[in-house]
Design a protein around this ligand. Sequence first.
Ligand code: EPU
Length: 345
Amino acid sequence: MLNLRHQVSLRACNSLAIDELAEHWVEVDSVPQLQAALALAAQNNWPVTLLGGGSNLLICGPVSGLVIRLSLRGRRVLQRTPSEVLIEAEAGENWHQLVNWTLDLGLAGLENLSLIPGTLGAAPVQNIGAYGVELEQCLHSLDAYDRTQGKVVTLQAAECQFAYRDSLFKRSPGRYVILRVRLRLWPQRLAPVQVDYAPLARAWAATGLNQPDARVVSELVCQIRRSRLPDPAVLPNAGSFFHNPIVDRTQAAALQAQYPDLPCYPQADGRVKLAAGWLIDQAGWKGHRDGPVGVHAEQALVLVNHGGAKGQDILRLAGQIQADILQRYGLRLQIEPQQVGTVQG
Ligand code: EPU
């Protein structure tokens, strides 16, 4: 039985705290419920919007049609060998709680991804990454409801087309509903710490530890995040608002010649990732405020809602930053959060 509601405020469902209405709304906690909700939308010709934790979401206006919130729960150890442990969890599980559960089990692999807001089901969509680790390094396979075929399919990691903040699920929007994810982790004593990211390397060296300890790495990651990134419960935000641009070597060299301090990260394919936060900071936007919206004072890649902002306010500020960065550096910044809802007027 579906608990269908109408004209529901989405304020509590997005970490930017944008207050817009969903025309129709339902929360589902099982695959049959999901199928019933999709069937209802099809019968009524309602467009469907799927929501996880709402931490990478920009609601630009009222959302017409049916908003489906996925709250499937459950987690388990599937398989243990001396060198690897396969875990499985449902899409509605909170990401950070899942990371803590794996640490409690003595497993390593997810510690660098501690404290990322959102749900497990959203994690593969943008291939979440932080402090030198991306989800794809641990993802074994996942089950998703394929709306084109009308059935549950299993996709192996190699089929998910993972790249920097990108995946099959972003490239075929609306087709797959991620239901369940399997992750391949390691007993802590077998997994070396992954501390290449400079501030993490410094914090790890200061502990003086010489044995791998995923719990300690997790705590250090939490400290670094808390010092740079605003807590959405205190200052609403959607994490990094723009992707770090990836450019070819020639363009990176030209920019570096002009801006010797520009942080550049060479990629495996020969291209170079540039720090958008540095570019926006150098352009003078850090701490900028325009009415209800602003650029975070500690991290220029994060846009914040100081209270009462509409999606349009955020988009206007983002557009100004994009135009300025294009003019100064010839780079087109791409917005990271998924945009839903209709821009008004
Ligand atoms: N920087 C500045 N000023 C700023 C922000 C950054 O000079 O205002 C410089 C930093 O000093 C550093 C470089 O730019 O030299 C990179 O900054 P940082 O390490 O803070 O990381 P980021 O590139 O801004 C990315 C991810 C974050 C992730 C961190 C750590 C993207 C879009 N963002 O940010 O992910 O936590 O690296 O790995 O790739 C997210 O996706 O929501 C997110 C927070």
